[in-house]
Design a protein around this ligand. Structure first.
Ligand code: MET
Length: 393
């Protein structure tokens, strides 16, 4: 296929040759559950892995393959696998990396359903976990146990926006031979490429910036050929959380504009953050692009731009936080993120409602915390909506 091109080119062209598909500019949608074999013997060879060729869409599909190859290239990994949701990707990866009695070391905050999954793994398989602040090498070393088989990180953390120094954590993890898994959903590979910083697996809820249009639920995992091959044959094939070919096709379409969209998301977020910070009803703001953000330097080092997500605490009660959401008119009250539409939500009662209060507060998710996914609308319109809603408090 020749040498890899720049990111903005790869999102459009990688892994697809139109001349191999009757000149179809856009990768065709292979909306089929199964594939016919020219003979019984060829069927046997395909099942035995002695012959290439498709069998059944749970085991592989040409449309899904275009998406997977493209995502692998964009994350600078070897192989990607697509899943039916971000959580299917997370659970397949964690089940692949652990067995009964193991321990997972996590960042100090994680998405509510990932937290729920860890509870389930603990209950059913006695797999333990700790959530820690990866402050420095010593802290990481001290937190790793003999039975730690994986480090699981979100950065920025959903929804507190705290960052983890991926280069530092993977350096320590390498000493101990422990794989580092990063949920890169808030950044997409355009803003942050964990594999280039020494991490081993990247996970996406492709529902968010990858799809970008709020019409697909999907997940992606990227890693090395050998491990991903094993994952494909076990926790993808046999647990079966596959993506549908149509959803893969929509993601291929969404990906083409990822850099263009993210440039705009990031520009808008920067402008909104400046305004938000000055509003008297905003008590705290968490945005990696704010010069007062405690990890501002790390953000500059690790991320291309600070992203399109902003969290902030209003000066008020939980009820006032909810009233503020209700006052928003242009901005929609909804979970999810990375869509064209600006979305706002209340993590304590929505994305992280399953986390018990004590753990939730330890993560930094107060009743006053609001998460905003800055959309692609004119930033002035987004700000005017926020401002009028804040002014009514
Ligand atoms: C079902 S709740 C959330 C969806 C998504 N992971 C988010 O953080 O918004």
């Amino acid at each position: 296929m020749g040498k890899q091109k720049r990111f903005e080119t790869e999102v459009i062209h990688n892994g697809y040759d139109s001349l191999q598909h009757q000149g179809s500019l856009v990768p065709p949608l292979f909306q089929t559950s199964t594939f016919t074999f020219p003979s019984a013997e060829e069927g046997e060879r395909r099942f035995a892995g002695e012959s290439e060729g498709y069998i059944y869409s749970r085991l592989g599909n040409p449309t899904v393959k275009v998406l997977e190859e493209r995502m692998a290239a964009l994350e600078k990994g070897e192989v990607a696998l697509a899943f039916g949701s971000g959580m299917a990707a997370v659970s397949a990866t964690l089940f692949y990396l652990t067995k009964t009695g193991d321990h997972i070391l996590c960042s100090e905050g994680i998405y509510g359903c990932t937290f729920g999954l860890l509870q389930l793994m603990n209950k059913k398989h006695q797999i333990q976990h700790d959530l820690i602040h990866f402050a420095d090498e010593e802290t990481v070393r001290a937190a790793i146990r003999d039975n730690t088989t994986c480090i699981y990180i979100e950065t920025p953390i959903n929804p507190t926006m705290k960052l983890v120094d991926l280069e530092m954590v993977s350096r320590v993890a390498k000493e101990k031979g422990i794989p580092v898994v990063v949920d890169n959903t808030f950044c997409s590979p355009y803003l942050q490429q964990p594999l280039t910083l020494g991490c081993d697996y990247v996970i996406h809820s492709a529902t968010k910036y990858i799809g970008g249009h709020g019409d697909v639920i999907a997940g992606i995992v990227v890693g090395r050929r050998e491990e991903m091959g094993e994952m494909a044959m076990t926790t993808l094939k046999d647990i079966g959380g596959i993506i549908s070919p149509f959803d893969a096709w929509l993601l291929i379409r969404g990906l083409k504009t990822l850099p263009v969209r993210l440039d705009r998301h990031c520009e808008n977020a920067k402008k909104i953050a400046v305004q938000l910070k000055q509003h008297p009803k905003v008590k705290m703001m968490y945005f990696p692009g704010d010069p007062d953000f405690p990890q501002y330097e790390l953000a500059k080092r690790q991320m291309r731009y600070p992203g399109g997500m902003i969290s902030f605490e209003i000066d008020g009660t939980k009820e006032e936080a909810q009233a503020f959401l209700n006052h928003c008119q242009l901005i929609k009250i909804a979970v999810s993120l990375g869509d064209s539409e600006s979305l706002i939500q209340h993590p304590a009662t929505m994305t992280h409602a399953v986390v018990p209060e004590k753990e939730r507060l330890a993560m930094g998710i107060t009743d006053q915390l609001i998460r905003l996914s800055v959309g692609l609308e004119a930033w002035e319109d987004i700000w005017e909506d926020l401002q009028q809603a804040l002014d009514r408090l």
